[in-house]
Each structure stands twice: as C-alpha cells, then as structure tokens.
Ligand binder design. Structure first.
Ligand SMILES: Nc1ncnc2c1ncn2[C@@H]1O[C@H](COP(=O)(O)OP(=O)(O)O)[C@@H](O)[C@H]1O
Ligand SMILES: [Mg+2]
Length: 292
C-alpha cells in the first residue's frame, strides 16, 4: 500500500532535497539572483508565460488575469493562492488545457498547451463524478481518451489507483453511496490512474470537513512524494493558509481580480512539518499578511 505515512516520511527528504542539492552543488545557493538564473537554466515542467485572460460578458470585457507568469520545476509542490474571484480556477484550467488564454502561453516542457494532455491530470473541488457509474467505472472513464490501452489494461490501472487511494472494496459502489471524503478519493484515483507527470488540484480539500481534509492531505502527500510516483510536479489552488504552509515548496500569491502575481514565496521549512512549531506559525502569519 502506498498510503503509509511512516514509509512516506522516510522517503520524503531525498526526493524534495534533490532540487536544493542541485542548486547547492553549483555553489549558487547564496545569491537569490544566481538561484533564479539557475532555475531558468533547468527546464521547467510547466511554464506559464505572460498569460492574460479576459472573459466577455454581454459585450463587456471582464479582465480576469493580467500578465501572469510562473514556473513549476521537478519535485516542486506549488500552491497558487489569492482572493476569491481573482482567477485561480481560470488559471489552473488554462494550465490543464481546458481554457485558452486571451494572450500569452502555457508550456509543458517547452511545448505549448493547447488542449488537455495525458501528462497533466486535474483533481476538481467538487468531485465531478458520473453518478450512474461505479467508483471503478468512473476511474476507467477517466482513461477513456487513452486509446493505446485495452479495456483490461484500463481496468487494471483503475483498480491499482483505487487501491492506492484506500478504496479497495468500494470498486462497485456508486458515488451517491460514498461520503464526501471517499468521493474525493475517487477523484484522486481518477487522476492517479492517468499516471500523470503534473498533477493540478483546484481546492481539492475545501469541500471536506476538517478531519477528513487533514487525513486526505497527508495521504495524498505521501503518495506524491513516493519515489515510485510518476508525478513530478504539483500545482494546487488553495486559500487555506495552513494547508499551503503544510504542503508547499513554493507559493504564488495573486492579487484581487484581475489577478497578477504579487509575490512568490519559497517555503524552505524542513519536512515533515510540525504544524505546532513557531516556524510554522511564522510562515502562516507571513502568508496571511500577504493575503490581507
Ligand atoms: N466561464 C466564465 N465566463 C465568464 N466569467 C467567468 C467564467 N468563469 C469565471 N468567470 C469570472 O471570472 C472571475 C474569476 O473566476 P475564477 O477563475 O473562478 O476565480 P477564483 O477561482 O479565484 O475564485 C470571476 O469574476 C468569475 O465570475
Ligand atoms: Mg476557484
């Protein structure tokens, strides 16, 4: 079973230390400027470049994003935050290839993203499951655009993903019979079954009660940092400051609509992070003050 906190904790440091180690090896760690240069010399997995987005409403232009640029590198867990309505969901949908920017470009390893691609999977806030399909059928359905897989292979991948999300035994249950936390696990399984390189999450825990959310956060994090996971980079939309500090390596803070990047923080706190430590509180405070 992949969801095992002890094992995850042990394997956690090496995977996330890699990026920092590569910076240190090149003796550039001291200077922020040099770090930025080094980061741009390592190829980004996702690169959002000068994205502008306007919606049209009754012939009026609604500017939603202005000149948003950000990058996701290997082994980075990134949070994007900002006030409600600032364009976070719009941005993540553009990264997923579900929406097009008005101007600007988003690239996956230097290739412009113009439509959804198999290397990028998304977990939605409100589960978005088909109520007339079982948990297993929902996960298999998520693989339907992959024409290289036989039906048996799809089923095999779906069963594995359901096992990874602790849903073994619930394969044949319909969404209506599942709790919120379990529905979201099906949503997570559907994304994991795609074996994506990039995982996008739009407020994945916000519709769950606190306890379920905390549990699922730990589980999903353990899965992601497992060295056998194909996922290289995560971009999570969140407005939950504690959740962001608990999970993220980097936080991109957007302004109110039209959203633009007001700050990018690197949370270099060691892991596992102690949510009761002074350091944790200091980061929470710092992020709150940026959002205030
Ligand atoms: N498809 C759409 N057509 C027109 N306006 C939209 C559409 N989707 C979102 N909006 C508007 O764009 C703004 C940003 O929305 P959204 O990206 O959902 O923000 P957030 O996720 O940060 O709350 C909001 O004012 C919203 O009403
Ligand atoms: Mg949103």
């Amino acid at each position: 079973m992949i969801f095992h906190t002890q094992r995850a904790t042990r394997s956690l440091q090496p995977r996330f230390a890699r990026l920092n180690a590569s910076i240190a090896n090149q003796n550039l760690a001291a200077s922020k400027d040099s770090n930025d240069k080094l980061m741009t010399s390592i190829q980004a997995i996702i690169s959002v470049e000068h994205v502008n987005l306007d919606y049209r409403k009754e012939n009026e232009k609604l500017p939603v994003l202005t000149d948003v640029s950000m990058q996701a590198f290997k082994d980075e867990f990134i949070a994007v935050t900002g006030p409600s309505g600032c364009g976070k969901s719009s941005l993540i949908r553009i990264i997923a290839g579900l929406n097009k920017p008005t101007t600007g470009v988003v690239k996956f390893r230097d290739q412009p993203i113009t439509k959804p691609r198999s290397e990028i999977a998304m977990i939605f806030q409100n589960f978005v499951l088909l109520p007339w399909r079982t948990a297993l059928e929902n996960v298999v359905f998520g693989l339907s655009s992959n024409h290289e897989l036989t039906e048996d292979q799809k089923k095999e991948k779906a069963l594995k993903a359901l096992e990874e999300t602790n849903l073994k035994g619930f394969e044949n249950v319909f969404p209506g019979e599942l709790s919120g936390g379990m529905k979201q696990r099906v949503g997570i399984a559907r994304a994991l079954a795609l074996e994506p390189e990039v995982l996008l999450m739009d407020e994945p825990f916000s519709s769950l009660d606190d306890l379920t959310a905390e549990h699922l956060r730990q589980e999903i994090y353990s899965t992601l940092i497992n060295p056998s996971s194909p996922i290289q980079s995560v971009i999570m939309i969140s407005h939950n400051v504690e959740e962001i500090v608990e999970l993220s390596d980097k936080v991109v803070v957007l302004s109110a609509r039209p959203g633009h990047v007001v700050d990018t923080l690197r949370i270099d706190m060691p892991r596992p992070r102690n949510k009761k430590s002074e350091e944790f509180f200091a980061w929470v405070d710092r992020l709150y003050s940026l959002l205030a």
